[in-house]
Write a protein that binds this ligand. Structure first.
Ligand SMILES: CC(C)[C@H](C(=O)O)[C@@H](O)C(=O)O
Ligand code: SF4
Length: 489
């Protein structure tokens, strides 16, 4: 028998029942909850007179609707000015209180974006099935967990039964081989992958990211890659267990200890695709790491992306007519012209945050570029939003907050923030934003806002220069200020 892929193993281990028509029931080990997609689920439970089946399998935190300023001075949720947001967050608190579910509330130091909090607490473990009413649940696949987003009615179903109706996906492997260039990061890898296979390239597949460049990544980097699997159309992104995975998890809050740790680790070691599993992959895509440049998205879909040395494409030269129309519309919305150099795109705002890039390593990389520099006068707002209260605390212990504040960045409280316009942090119409988030759809960061997806280092460098610059050209000294660039010119 041919070997099994990592996805096949996870699937088989959680299969409760399989019907002939392909419908299956799988067991869910962990459910993460946030305020946006859980209210109707809890309401459904109440109406049906049900209780959660396994209370301690759930963990909740508010993230999308929390403000990122002036929270510490407010009692409880009193810092939330928007009435709808307040109801959402208060409802999560009430539901978790009523059903006894653990929640990290707004002013708890462990609060943060659900996809940052889960792994940070060790609530996401290798071999688990992890669900959340949120499409970026793929993030947790970095731990060799079978993790994906679900809808609100499924949230209710999992609460009530700890099971989920599912269909087996196909297997895809994306191999990134070789060494990344200096200044090229996990974010650039995943943007390059999406640029290569397209936003529908992974539809119907569970993608396993493999190859030497993936193995070299930290857990933070691996989470960044898996986070965006969904932007390639795949609900699941996965990375095999290795020492990096195990070292990251040791001593985290929910992680087993003593003999149970040893037993767990021995078990986790099997969470890799078998050496002879090649035939089990329905599709294999290979990228050369050395060819990946720092990426910048120019359009209104994550696949509309190119390297920093590139230019905005000319719609007239795009593939077919549909593509030409799509490109034309994207350029119109983005206010860009064909063949404009990427380095000529001027920014109004800079956002470093989101479940893609708000972990400690991301903040370190951005701070390295910013240290001793000033945000360009033309930038109306540059902000850093740590992914969780614990990331914030760690960054402050390392003095990163000072580096950012001295440069002119705002240093905020944890949450989804300007990743999507569901709280006070928004882009204005027509504003260009260098953003470390994962989606650049029309209006994503605010009505008429123009998002450019980049890595933390690239966002930091753009904040200093006022326009995109190639981080690879900054050397160890970090980004050059606009003045210095003007003198060079
Ligand atoms: C609000 C939530 C349901 C949504 C998601 O599913 O991903 C959000 O997190 C997003 O990033 O668009
Ligand atoms: S940070 Fe952005 S992508 Fe992540 S969960 Fe929040 S809104 Fe969704």
């Amino acid at each position: 028998m041919a070997g099994q892929t990592l996805y096949d193993k996870l699937w088989t281990q959680h299969l409760v029942k399989q019907r002939d028509d392909g419908t299956a029931l799988i067991y869910i080990d962990r459910q993460l909850l946030h305020e946006v997609t859980s209210p109707q689920a809890f309401e459904g439970l109440r109406l049906a007179g049900r209780k959660p089946w396994r209370i301690d399998a759930n963990l909740a935190t508010p993230d999308h609707n929390v403000p990122t300023t002036l929270r510490e001075r407010a009692e409880g949720n009193a810092g939330i000015k928007d009435p709808v947001s307040l109801i959402q967050v208060q409802t999560l608190d009430d539901n978790c209180g009523e059903f006894g579910i653990e929640e990290f509330k707004i002013n708890d130091p462990r609060q943060g974006i659900v996809h940052v909090v889960g792994p940070e607490q060790g609530a996401t473990l290798p071999g688990m099935t992890v669900v959340c009413g949120d499409s970026h649940t793929a993030t947790h696949g970095a731990f060799a967990a079978l993790a994906h987003g679900i809808g609100t009615s499924e949230v209710e179903h999992v609460l009530a039964t700890q099971c989920l109706l599912a269909q087996k996906m196909k297997n895809m492997q994306v191999r990134v081989e070789g060494e990344l260039g200096t200044g090229v990061t996990a974010k650039d890898i995943v943007l390059a992958i999406i640029g290569h296979i397209g936003t529908a390239g992974g539809t119907g597949y569970a993608i396993e990211f493999a190859g030497s460049a993936i193995r070299e990544l930290s857990m933070e980097g691996r989470m960044t890659v898996c986070n965006m699997a969904i932007e390639a159309g795949a609900r699941v992104g996965l990375i095999a267990v290795d020492d990096t995975t195990i070292d990251y998890l040791r001593d985290r809050h929910y992680v087993p200890t003593g003999e149970q740790w040893d037993a767990a680790v021995a078990d986790w070691r099997h969470l890799v695709s078998d050496a002879d599993a090649d035939a089990a992959f329905d599709k294999v895509v290979t990228l050369d790491a050395a060819e990946i440049e720092p990426q910048v998205s120019w359009g209104t879909s994550p696949e509309m992306v190119t390297g920093i040395s590139g230019e905005v494409p000319d719609p007239a030269e795009a593939g077919d007519e549909t593509m030409q129309r799509g490109y034309t519309r994207a350029l119109e919305y983005m206010g860009l012209s064909p063949k404009q150099k990427i380095t000529d795109i001027r920014l109004d705002k800079v956002f470093i945050g989101s479940c893609t890039n708000s972990r400690i390593e991301d903040l370190r990389e951005a701070a390295k570029v910013v240290r001793g520099k000033k945000v360009a006068d033309s930038i109306a707002l540059a902000m850093v939003v740590p992914g969780s209260g614990l990331v914030k605390r760690q960054a402050e212990a390392e003095g990163l907050d000072k580096v950012f504040i001295e440069a002119g960045f705002e240093w905020r409280e944890p949450g989804c923030s300007m990743c999507l316009a569901m709280n006070a942090d928004k882009l204005g119409a027509g504003e260009h934003c260098a953003s470390t988030s994962n989606r650049n759809f029309e209006g994503r960061q605010g009505f008429g806002g123009r998002t450019h997806l980049v890595s933390p280092a690239m966002a930091a460098a753009a904040a200093i220069a006022g326009h995109f610059v190639d981080v690879r050209e900054l050397g160890d000294t970090g980004a050059a200020n606009d003045d210095a660039q003007a003198q060079e010119a």
